[in-house]
Design a protein around this ligand. Structure first.
Ligand SMILES: *[C@@H]1O[C@H](CO)[C@@H](O)[C@H](O)[C@H]1NC(C)=O
Ligand SMILES: *[C@@H]1O[C@H](CO)[C@@H](O)[C@H](O)[C@H]1NC(C)=O
Ligand SMILES: *[C@@H]1O[C@H](CO)[C@@H](O)[C@H](O)[C@H]1NC(C)=O
Ligand SMILES: *[C@@H]1O[C@H](CO)[C@@H](O)[C@H](O)[C@H]1NC(C)=O
Length: 521
């Protein structure tokens, strides 16, 4: 009896202590996506798991439990889709332009020889797969190859398109598409709602086209071999795409649209913000410490480079920054001449640590979600200059909660920035709201790192966490809108009307018959 109990305990311990083998796929050739992937990999390694990381930016470490599948050669092939041309910003592309982009990143990675070798290696097994979801389901069949559950990761806030991967599209009555250029205030007017609804219908047609006529053939081509090698037949593509066990979202209610979630979608925004930051370089720390009047940090992220800004814009900004009593740290990849004393150029910046410093009073940003998340975490108000993608939504939401001001990228940029900087420095409310958002953002039952790990381990240990799955994902939209019932009612009414008409005609015949009889009498 005692022995069997010990045996049970031992087998329980071995079950809980055994590390899982996790495949992490982050193929997008942008630093912000890989920062998120790196964070997930490090959290998994720290918890004792094995990781195989497919990435264009392999980690510079010799960790014994990490294998990096290096796809860095895609950086050379990859066209400039991820890098917008600032001169052509005034001509926005159709809202569907992100769909082929996502497909490109996914198929580029899957066709890479290093990944092909991984797929052909039948000795490889995984307990769970985590894939960056960017408008393409082409990574989903990996779960069929390895016979394990799949977790989608959304690097932007939840939106109707990512939510439908595990649940159903969110309602256009209260949520906007991720590419929306201006977020209307709630409640939407009927026109704003109609616009979002039409966008969903229009994009759904494109999604149908891409899923069935672009991704599906690519799926057959890429996965037929590896599935055959494992003696498996090719399942129907759509049955794999909508079969993820979990959706992890790089956002959190104070940051995002706060769309209601099913039980298998979880906010983990902020997990990339390390709890143990490297200390600031000495001279930078000294500069920040001594700037008692405050520090303004100006950084436009990794995709837009400061040198892409027009020359006159840079000169006007420098002139304005020189008039301020605050210290300005400008992250830009070039040396600028004639700098005022209080303006400092950084070609590399530990952004997170700068924002954490108590003297930092303002962050001028492009509004990428990682930057907005870090600003929120540290309670720093922002001036957002959205350039493309979800940046417009991110900045508008921060503005809505009173944590910042949006400035559009056009010819009046310097004068608009001047006005916004003066407003934020003179009006305390932005800083107070940012501090409030920070306290909400941090107030969670567990750190985002712990939550992320918890959900991944749950999916791996329960082989798919089927009990969390939303029933809505398996039911077609027209049934969810009760259009099938409406159709039955319409048919029924139509049938009843028909019957009544026949009866009426019949009664009418009788009546006229009776009348005739009466007349004859
Ligand atoms: C990894 O190991 C190689 C060879 O042992 C060594 O040259 C390299 O410096 C190591 N890299 C790191 C980041 O430790
Ligand atoms: C869907 O996922 C579950 C859990 O991983 C798995 O058991 C099932 O076989 C998958 N279905 C298909 C069609 O692949
Ligand atoms: C993978 O296997 C397929 C056959 O199933 C073969 O055509 C292909 O060349 C292999 N690729 C690599 C990189 O081993
Ligand atoms: C500060 O800004 C807030 C938000 O824009 C505004 O409501 C408030 O009136 C401003 N306060 C002053 C003193 O200008």
């Amino acid at each position: 009896m005692a022995i069997s109990k010990i045996f049970l305990l031992l087998s329980f311990l071995s079950f809980t202590c055994k590390g899982s083998n996790v495949l992490v796929v982050f193929p997008v050739t942008s630093r912000s996506h890989s920062n998120l992937g790196d964070s997930i990999v490090n959290i998994l390694l720290d918890a004792g798991h094995q990781v195989n990381y497919v990435t264009p930016f392999p980690l510079k470490t010799n960790h014994t439990r990490l294998i990096c599948t290096d796809i860095s050669s895609v950086l050379k092939e990859s066209p400039d889709t991820a890098r917008p041309n600032l001169e052509h910003l005034s001509q926005p592309k159709g809202s569907h332009f992100v769909l082929p982009m996502g497909k490109l990143f996914a198929s580029q990675a899957l066709r890479h020889p290093a990944v092909q070798t991984l797929l052909n290696d039948t000795s490889k097994t995984f307990d769970v797969i985590i894939a960056d979801w960017l408008y393409s389901g082409l990574h989903a069949p990996l779960a069929a190859v390895y016979g394990c559950p799949l977790i989608w990761y959304s690097s932007s806030d939840i939106n109707w398109q990512s939510l439908r991967m595990v649940h159903e599209a969110s309602s256009p009555a209260y949520s906007v598409d991720a590419q929306t250029r201006r977020v209307p205030t709630l409640p939407f007017t009927i026109g704003e709602k109609a616009h979002q609804l039409m966008l969903q219908v229009y994009l759904s047609a494109w999604i149908y086209y891409f899923t069935n006529y672009v991704d599906e053939p690519a799926y057959r081509e890429i996965y037929a071999g590896p599935l055959q090698l494992r003696g498996k037949t090719l399942p129907e593509y759509e049955s794999l795409v909508y079969n993820a066990s979990l959706l992890l979202i790089n956002s959190h209610p104070p940051l995002g649209q706060n769309i209601p979630l099913p039980r298998n979608a979880k906010y983990v925004g902020g997990h990339h913000i390390s709890l143990t930051r490297k200390p600031l370089p000495k001279d930078l720390k000294k500069l920040l410490d001594e700037s008692k009047k405050g520090v303004i940090y100006f950084g436009l992220g990794s995709i837009i480079q400061g040198k892409d800004l027009p020359e006159n814009v840079k000169r006007e900004l420098i002139e304005f920054f020189g008039q301020l009593e605050q210290t300005v740290l400008w992250k830009i990849e070039e040396q600028l001449a004639d700098l005022p004393q209080n303006v400092h150029i950084l070609d590399w910046a530990p952004q997170d640590s700068i924002l954490e410093h108590p003297n930092t009073v303002l962050f001028i940003t492009h509004g990428g979600l990682l930057s907005v998340t870090e600003a929120t975490h540290h309670g720093v108000p922002i001036i957002g200059i959205p350039i493309f993608g979800d940046q417009f939504v991110n900045v508008d939401l921060a503005t809505r909660s009173g944590c910042g001001i949006r400035v559009d990228f056009n010819n009046e940029l310097p004068s608009k920035i001047r006005k916004a900087v003066n407003e934020i420095l003179s009006n305390q409310s932005y800083s107070i709201n940012a501090k409030h958002a920070s306290s909400l953002f941090r107030r969670r039952p567990a750190s985002p790192q712990k939550e992320l790990l918890h959900w991944i381990e749950l999916v791996a240990d329960t082989r798919g966490a089927a009990f969390l799955r939303s029933p809505a994902v398996d039911i077609s939209t027209w049934k969810k809108l009760n259009l099938d019932i409406l159709l039955v009612i319409v048919l029924l009414v139509w049938f009843l009307l028909k019957v009544m008409k026949v009866i009426k005609a019949h009664l009418g015949d009788q009546n006229t018959g009776e009348n005739l009889v009466k007349k004859n009498e």
